[in-house]
Design a protein around this ligand. Structure first.
Ligand code: 1GP
Length: 252
């Protein structure tokens, strides 16, 4: 099976290039807002769209993905909050296993139930170890999954969780403080994780300043995801993207 998007991510990591992803929650955008976001993202050289939300109450995931695909070349990666959030129109899917939690449903249970459906979608599947870190506010995923996040100061727990995920075969690690987190993940935790894994590291949750995006990349994040802050102020897309892309080479 070809894995073009994963291949690009891994290549970029090798070259020390950082990526910026705009998170779109289909529940929170209408056609015209999405058009603006697409336009601004193209101008800002955004690398990826992540599409998904913890719940996705509305039923227009397909429309949302199709609108992006017909307007631009930026790859669309699904970031599903539940197994039903699969759209064959996307390019790839973060196949998330909540490895920071101890809820078997989100580790493997839901995957079993949705496996035939996911496989049939023809999407590029990217096995992703999903690590939720305490961001100072209860996240939807923690509440729904009844799974405690990693305490924000327990760098070793995050590090060991990521290492275990990688050794279990996860191709990506996604550290998330949760959408709208009061406190984003610390650079020391990002560094502790990044130094112990080879696979690309995605970091998101509560990033509202370009400076923080930059520092996260310096600490070892390979992909920065921003959703909430952009919903509030779309002009941040360019500032965030520039900040992330200004970190050209990983430094010691
Ligand atoms: C949430 O990592 C994402 O799952 C992005 O978080 O919406 O706080 O940017 P924000």
């Amino acid at each position: 099976m070809e894995l073009p998007i994963y291949h690009t991510l891994a290549e970029k990591k090798k070259q020390g290039k950082k990526s910026f992803a705009v998170l779109i929650d289909p529940d929170k955008v209408n056609t015209s807002v999405l058009d603006d976001l697409i336009h601004l993202s193209q101008e800002a050289n955004v690398d990826y769209f992540l599409v998904g939300g913890s719940l996705v109450i509305s039923n227009h995931l397909d429309e949302c993905v199709q609108q992006i695909k017909k307007s631009c070349e930026i790859p669309v990666i699904l970031f599903p909050g539940s197994p039903s959030q699969v759209s064959k129109y996307a390019d790839a899917l973060l196949y998330l296993s909540l490895i920071s939690g101890r809820n078997p449903e989100l580790l493997i249970g839901q995957h079993v139930v949705s496996a035939p459906f996911v496989k049939k979608s023809g999407l590029e599947i990217m096995p992703t170890g999903y690590i939720v870190v305490d961001g100072g506010a209860p996240t939807t995923v923690s509440y729904i999954s009844n799974a405690a996040p990693v305490p924000s100061d327990k760098n070793e727990i995050a590090m060991c969780t990521a290492m275990a995920g990688e050794m279990l075969g996860m191709k990506l690690i996604y550290m998330d403080a949760g959408s709208g987190a009061k406190r984003p993940i610390t650079e020391t935790m990002i560094k502790a994780v990044a130094e112990h894994i080879e696979v690309p590291l995605i970091v998101g949750g509560g990033i509202i300043q370009p400076e923080k995006a930059y520092l996260n990349c310096k600490a070892g994040a390979d992909v920065i995801v921003v959703g909430n802050a952009i919903e509030k102020d779309a002009s941040l897309i360019k500032e965030m993207s520039d900040a992330v892309h200004s970190v050209a080479v990983v430094t010691g």
